[in-house]
Structure formats: structure tokens, C-alpha cells
Design a protein around this ligand. Structure first.
Ligand SMILES: [Zn+2]
Ligand SMILES: [Zn+2]
Ligand SMILES: [Zn+2]
Length: 495
């Protein structure tokens, strides 16, 4: 038996733990586990087992127990899509989103390759104005023009997007718009089909029988703190992507219908406290055709503006962001123990105050957040509107840090393309195949097609994060990945 190491003289807890890991029965496996996480910030620690038995022979063909790991647990990636939370997992998410959007545009991953010949548009819809903001305009010749305030704002001027007259800016309207943006989008998709039928002189029923319209969209924050949407819209035949759309379903018909639907789609919000509000799209929207690469006609510079790959890359980038673009915080401000009410039990004079937030209902004080005044005012407005019972369903306390928006960041209609879940399954299957290949090398029995294999497993969550020693290994992994990426884009160093 090995004598326990005396590590008291090693100062760094990370180093001390690393030495401990190096003295377990399989340090190679320790480093392999960390390497497989590809630099994940906060891996999930699991305890449990998986057992695969052959039902005919009752033989165990594969077994795995986390107890057999040198550190006694299995580490898996956190899988967070947000780049502020886990840059490593967010890169995986962005890559998956890219493939999902790309498949919907040019085929692959079970999507027919003929979709590249269907009319496809890249559409951007925006919010209306809630008061003049500082901006950077250029004239037709591309020459910069001064802002209405008289200044020439630099590209990175924090004042950009903020109100010129904060006292008269319609903060209520802006927050309510964000809070209804998801619903307005749903209304838009309904009106789009209606507008299309009207423009083509058909009934809705005739249109639906011959044409399918599919979507994939992402939300993005503008500097002024309002959400806008980028979407891919594609025309398919009656059976989806495998059938060509009818000849009358052209890109031009789509462009006209988008314009009509933008104008028509609106929601009415009624409130005793603030009166009636109309939630509608802004007048600025864009509809551009998406071209498959190598479509010909590339002599016209404008034609090549949106290609399959470019649009997929664009959407993938936004899918890993939340409201960072608006300069807000990336966590809810709602105090969890009291759900924002400020008290935990009872009501009125008998209410028992929440000790977590000292009765404010906020996990962090809004006035102390390290954010710009304009963003703070959006959050304050969301919090104040959250007090009104008529807006209870908008959950404005929970989503105040998102400036009211509570919709999904990326959504798609079922017919558009493959799903992220399917892409993950492919990756999992690949990993299993990989493990199988390893077993062939080591001479263990291999599954064959005729056996009936049954897999049982039981897993429990232990915690999140690395051991201090593993954290050092993960830092090395991140460094290696960054270096490999740099080499890929810049070439090998000279020396
Ligand atoms: Zn992660
Ligand atoms: Zn200005
Ligand atoms: Zn509280």
C-alpha cells in the first residue's frame, strides 16, 4: 500500500489537488475526462451507472460506473448556450445552430437538398420609435451626418441608442413592446399567410393546400434596449421541404406579403393604470433574397449579399447571446425566496419580511447595478409595471433584466429543418461508436446486429464545477484550444 503523501508544504490548493489526482490509480483518465469537456466552465458532476446486458445470453456486454473513475464521479459539459456563461459550450451551441439553419437553406441532416431552389428570404423586423435616440447617420453617399443633438458620435460612443430627451422617452411603451414581442411575431406569421392569399387572389384554404411556409428566427437586442428579430422564411410545397413550392409562390410575393403583414399585425394592451396601448412593428423592416453559393449572377454585388452560409453564421452568432448587446446584466433580479414579493408569509401588517432581499423583492438593488442609466430606467420601468395585476402574466419582475422580453431567443417552425436535439443525438451516437471502436482494440466483446441488448442506468446530480486540480488542467485545455484556433486562422508561428 502506498504511503499517503504529505502535501502540507505545497501552497497552492490547485497544485496540491493536482498532485493528489496524479497519485490516483489512473491520472491519464483524469486528464482525458477534463479534455473531453473541451474547456467547459462549469461541468456537471454525476454519480451513477449504466449497464448493457444481452437478453438472450444474460451476459453483461457493457458496464460503466462513475465509482470506477479515479475521482469517483463522471463529468459532463454544462451545455449552456450563452457565451457569457460558458464560452466552450456556447461555441458548440453556435455550431449546432449553424448546421440547423444551414440545413434548412441548403439541405443535409435529413433535409432535402432541393430546398436551395425554394424561395427563401432573410427578414429583419424591428420595434417602432419610443422617442428620438442618439444615432450615427450617413447620407446617401456614405458621408456621416451629425446626430440631432449636434454631435458626431463615435462608433463606440455609449450614448448611441440612448434617448436624446430621457424625461420624455416612452419607457412604458418600450418595455411593453419587448414584453409582447414574441406574441407580435406569432401574430405576424399568421398574417403573413393571410396577406399572401390576399395578394395572390386565393382563399386561405387554397393557399394552405398548396404551400407551406416555414420559419427560423433569432432575437437580438439593439443598443436602444429593444428586441428585433432576424428570420429565415422559406416556401415549401404541400408536403414540406421534400416538395417544390407552386410556381406562383415567388420571392416577390413573399416580399409583398411581409410588408402587408408588418403593417397589419398588432396587439391591443389595455390597462387601468396606463390606458390603451397598441403594440405594432416599426416601419423599418428588411426582406432580402437568400442565394445558394454558386447561384451564378454574382456579377451584381447586391445579389451575393446573403448566402446560405452567411445567414446561418449570422443567426448562430445571435443564438448564443442574451441581452448583452443592450448592456444589461445576464441574471434575473427576482429574489427567489420571496418570488419578488418582499415577504415570505402572510400579508398586510402580518407579513413576514424576506431576509434575503430585505423586503425589496430584488436579488440585487437596481440602483447599484453596473449599467447605463438608460438600461437602468428600462429595468425600473419593467419592475414598476410588474406591480400591476393586469400585467401579471408578463412576469415582468422575472424578466426585468431582459428589459421585459421573455420570449425564446431562437425558434423555428417544425418543418424548417432538423432539431438541436437530433444534432446532439448524432454526437452522442458518435461517442458511443467511438467507445465501441476502443473496445474492439482492447479485445472486448462487440455488439452484433442479432443480439437483443438492453441498457439500464441510474444517475444522480452531485454538483457543478471542477476540483481545483482539474481546474488547472481545464485552463491548459482552453489554452491549447485557443492556440489551435489561432494557428488555424493565422498559420504556424515562425519559430
Ligand atoms: Zn459548459
Ligand atoms: Zn446625439
Ligand atoms: Zn426576497
Amino acid at each position: 500500500m502506498r504511503r499517503p503523501l504529505d502535501l502540507r508544504h505545497v501552497i497552492s490548493p490547485g497544485m496540491r489537488d493536482l498532485i493528489e489526482l496524479a497519485n490516483t490509480h489512473d491520472f491519464d483518465r483524469v486528464t482525458e475526462q477534463v479534455r473531453d469537456l473541451r474547456g467547459c466552465t462549469s461541468p456537471v458532476n454525476l454519480h451513477g451507472w449504466t449497464l448493457t446486458t444481452d437478453q438472450t445470453t444474460k451476459e453483461v456486454v457493457r458496464s460503466y460506473r462513475s465509482e470506477d473513475e479515479p475521482s469517483g464521479r463522471l463529468l459532463t459539459t454544462c451545455g449552456n448556450r450563452r457565451s457569457t456563461r460558458c464560452p466552450a459550450c456556447s461555441r458548440v451551441y453556435a455550431a449546432d445552430t449553424y448546421h440547423l439553419i444551414k440545413a434548412g437553406l441548403s439541405g443535409g441532416k435529413n433535409v432535402a437538398e432541393t430546398v436551395r431552389d425554394h424561395p427563401r428570404a432573410f427578414v429583419t423586423l424591428t420595434a417602432p420609435s419610443f422617442g428620438p435616440v442618439h444615432n450615427r447617420k450617413t447620407d446617401a453617399a456614405g458621408k456621416p451626418r451629425p446626430c440631432a443633438c449636434g454631435a458626431h458620435h463615435a462608433e463606440d460612443d455609449p450614448a448611441l441608442g440612448t434617448p436624446q430627451d430621457p424625461a420624455n422617452y416612452d419607457y412604458t411603451g418600450a418595455v411593453l413592446w419587448n414584453a409582447h414581442a414574441g406574441q407580435l411575431w406569432a401574430r405576424f406569421t399568421t398574417y403573413l399567410r393571410r396577406a399572401l392569399a390576399k395578394h395572390l387572389g386565393m382563399t386561405q384554404k387554397e393557399l394552405n393546400a398548396a404551400l407551406r411556409v416555414s420559419f427560423a428566427k433569432v432575437a437580438e437586442y439593439q443598443k436602444r434596449g429593444l428586441v428585433h428579430f432576424h428570420a429565415v422564411i422559406r416556401f415549401d410545397g404541400p408536403d414540406g421541404h421534400t416538395t417544390p413550392p407552386p410556381h406562383w409562390a415567388t420571392f416577390d410575393a413573399l416580399r409583398v406579403a411581409v410588408g402587408l403583414a408588418v403593417e397589419r399585425a398588432r396587439l391591443i394592451v389595455e390597462s387601468d393604470a396606463i390606458g390603451e396601448r397598441v403594440i405594432a412593428w416599426g416601419g423599418r423592416f428588411k426582406v432580402d433574397p437568400i442565394r445558394a453559393l454558386g447561384d451564378g449572377e454574382l456579377t451584381d454585388a447586391r445579389v451575393a449579399e446573403y448566402t446560405d452560409a452567411k445567414v446561418a453564421g449570422y443567426i448562430a452568432k445571435y443564438a448564443t447571446k442574451n441581452a448583452e448587446g443592450a448592456g444589461t446584466v445576464d441574471r434575473t433580479l427576482l429574489c427567489r425566496p420571496c418570488a419578488g414579493r418582499g415577504y415570505v408569509r402572510g400579508s398586510g401588517p402580518l407579513a413576514v419580511g424576506c431576509t434575503n432581499c430585505h423586503g425589496t423583492g430584488q436579488a440585487e438593488a437596481i440602483q447599484a447595478l453596473p449599467i447605463q442609466q438608460h438600461v437602468r430606467q428600462m429595468i425600473r420601468t419593467a419592475w414598476a409595471l410588474g406591480e400591476l395585476p393586469e400585467f401579471a402574466d408578463l412576469k415582468l419582475w422575472k424578466w426585468a433584466h431582459m428589459l421585459g422580453f421573455r420570449g425564446h431567443f431562437s425558434t423555428k417552425s417544425r418543418a424548417y429543418s432538423t432539431t438541436l436535439g437530433a444534432l446532439r443525438d448524432v454526437r452522442r451516437a458518435w461517442r458511443v461508436a467511438q467507445a465501441e471502436a476502443d473496445r474492439i482494440r482492447t479485445g472486448l466483446p462487440v455488439n452484433d446486429e442479432n443480439t437483443t441488448l438492453v441498457t439500464a442506468s441510474a444517475w444522480t446530480y452531485l454538483s457543478s464545477g471542477y476540483r481545483p486540480g482539474e481546474e488547472l488542467l481545464a485552463a491548459q485545455v482552453r489554452h491549447d484550444i485557443a492556440l489551435a484556433e489561432q494557428t488555424k486562422s493565422e498559420g504556424e508561428p515562425w519559430l
